[in-house]
Design a protein around this ligand. Structure first.
Ligand code: NDP
Ligand code: X2X
Ligand code: MG
Ligand code: MG
Length: 490
């Protein structure tokens, strides 16, 4: 198999990258009807598999799990996930032939082997769904002509797909129909019903393509969503220790700080996040972010370039062939970092203090969100998709760090995202070495040592205007306008 994207002429590549239409709630008036009475059989009961299954069942759909023999025999976590939640569990031979829709929610590394195992068992005219387009786009997997192939991709970690649904909301979702596999013309109806079943329609659904989803998802996860938060956690913690901040305080400020500061982002964009700072702190955060953007822009461009030309995928698949040696080594290195090994202290930190003592964290989030958005849109990804993949998903990833630090983030995201996160982290830490030399505890740990809120008016007006003028703010205001059901998390 070959990288499907690289086989396309530029004209088609650009057309596929640009597929992105915001879908209005009226388009989901049929709810889950297209899937009512149909058997949805999930392979892979992990981060996405379990949580999507719980939502789909709560939406009235017939969900069961077909697991590998060893998962059942060894009562592995995926078997526990399914059985402890009352789902029917069976083997491929028992359940796949009955399936109207097979949801492939196994790790990307396993897609080719998993799809090759289930495809011969799938009945004529059934549907195969994915939540990430890697297997089709980067590996060029060919699917039986009579099968419908769709994608319903939550822009969110599996645990938050469930958490937002339970809150009565949902998570932004990209849907797509693989044009080579829509023999009955029912792919879109099935994908829409599936998106309603997971609650995605309450947050926002984009009619996308497998290509647009892959090339944006890989970029968001490697940079702002996971790579930046990992790099920021490690650099900010080490700097606070160097500056004599009590380790338990430093650990708590970071572990819960991302969640607190990015909740402001979720509700009101980058502007609202910076508006939560004092005038002097806002100007300081703005200046730090501008410096960070200049230093990191070449790295963001390199990640997007390597994703577009297939170099990233080729490198990761080499690691797959080498038993995930790099992934496991980088995972072990992360566990040994001082931040990961220092428990959060039993100290009260007010919601405002996370902003006032986390000015550098605010700057890192601003720089990462804007750089990821700018880089994706410059590469042909449409603004709405870039918004969901950069700004809106950052607080959802931050929620995982608040639970159990970087361990929880990296355990919840896909192995593909985890690999990309480490790749970015290993490049970004040395890249920011000189920048971090100039950082003191006034911007991370203690807060600015100023007596009043006074600043130069002209400078403040310039900063406020620049914040509001960034294109991520305009598209974000429109998309958040469709999120009437969004709920407070902190
Ligand atoms: N994680 C996330 O938040 C997101 C993931 N995605 C996408 O969703 C898909 C699933 O990812 P994710 O939920 O992270 O997956 P997980 O890493 O959680 O794996 C899911 C399960 O797949 C099973 N599995 C592993 N290998 C095979 C195999 N060869 N055949 C059958 N089952 C297998 C494992 O169970 P066992 O070993 O017990 O059999 C495992 O528990 C991927 O395409 C990913 O890119 C999309 C958005 C977000
Ligand atoms: C959670 C999510 O959207 C990621 C980061 O793309 C993934 O886990 O692959
Ligand atoms: Mg993603
Ligand atoms: Mg991903």
């Amino acid at each position: 198999m070959a990288n499907y994207f690289n086989t396309l002429p530029l004209r088609e590549q650009l057309a596929q990258l640009a597929k992105c239409r915001f879908m209005y709630s009226s388009e989901f008036a049929d709810g889950v009807d297209a899937l009512k009475g149909k058997k949805m059989v999930v392979i892979g009961c992990g981060a996405q598999g379990l949580n999507q299954g719980l939502n789909l069942r709560d939406s009235g759909l017939d969900v069961s799990y077909a697991l590998r023999p060893e998962a059942i025999e060894q009562k592995r976590q995926s078997w526990k996930n399914a059985t402890e939640n009352g789902f029917t569990v069976g083997t491929y031979e028992e359940l796949i032939p009955t399936a109207d829709v097979v949801l492939n929610l196994t790790p990307d590394k396993q897609h080719t082997s998993a799809v090759k195992a289930v495809m011969p068992l799938m009945k004529e005219g059934a549907c195969l769904s994915y939540s990430h387009g890697f297997n089709i786009v980067e590996e060029g997997m060919k699917i039986r002509d009579d099968l419908t192939v769709i994608m319903v991709a939550p822009k969110c970690p599996g645990s938050e797909v469930r958490a937002e649904y339970v809150r009565g909301f949902g998570v932004p979702t990209l849907i797509a129909v693989h044009e080579a596999n829509d023999p009955k013309g029912e792919g879109l109806a099935l994908a829409k019903a599936y998106a309603v079943g997971t609650g995605g329609h309450k947050a926002g659904v984009l009619m996308s393509s497998f290509i647009a989803e892959v090339k944006s998802d890989l970029m968001g996860e490697q940079t702002i969503l996971c790579g930046m938060l990992q790099t920021g956690s490690i650099l900010c913690f080490d700097k606070m220790i160097e500056e004599g901040i009590e380790p338990g305080y430093a650990s708590k400020l970071i572990q819960y700080g991302w969640e607190n500061i990015t909740e402001a982002l979720k509700y009101g964009g980058v502007t609202n996040m910076l508006d939560r700072l004092s005038n002097p702190a806002k100007i300081k955060a703005y200046d730090l972010a501008e410096e960070l953007k200049e230093i990191m822009r070449p790295l963001y461009n390199k990640h997007q370039d390597d994703i577009m030309n297939g170099n990233f995928s080729a490198g990761m698949m080499e690691d797959w062939a080498n038993d995930d040696a790099k992934l496991h080594a980088w995972r072990a290195d992360t566990a040994e970092t001082a931040f990961e090994k220092t428990p959060a202290g039993d100290i009260k930190i007010s919601e405002q203090e996370y902003f006032d003592h986390g000015i550098l964290m605010v700057a890192m989030v601003k720089a990462g969100v804007e750089l990821a958005f700018e880089t994706m849109t410059a590469a042909g990804i449409i603004a709405e998709s870039a918004y969901y993949e950069s700004l809106h998903e950052t607080p959802l990833i931050a929620n995982t760090i608040a639970r159990k630090k970087l361990y929880e983030m990296n355990a919840t995201i896909s192995d593909t995202a985890e690999y990309g996160c480490y790749l970015y982290n290993h490049a970004c830490v040395p890249l920011l070495a000189d920048f971090m030399k100039g950082i003191k505890s006034d911007v991370i740990g203690k807060g600015l040592d100023v007596d009043d809120n006074g600043v130069d008016n002209a400078r403040l007006i310039e900063v406020n205007d620049a914040l509001r003028a960034h294109p991520v703010e305009a598209v974000g205001a429109v998309l958040r306008g469709h999120m009437a059901d969004m709920k407070k998390i902190v």
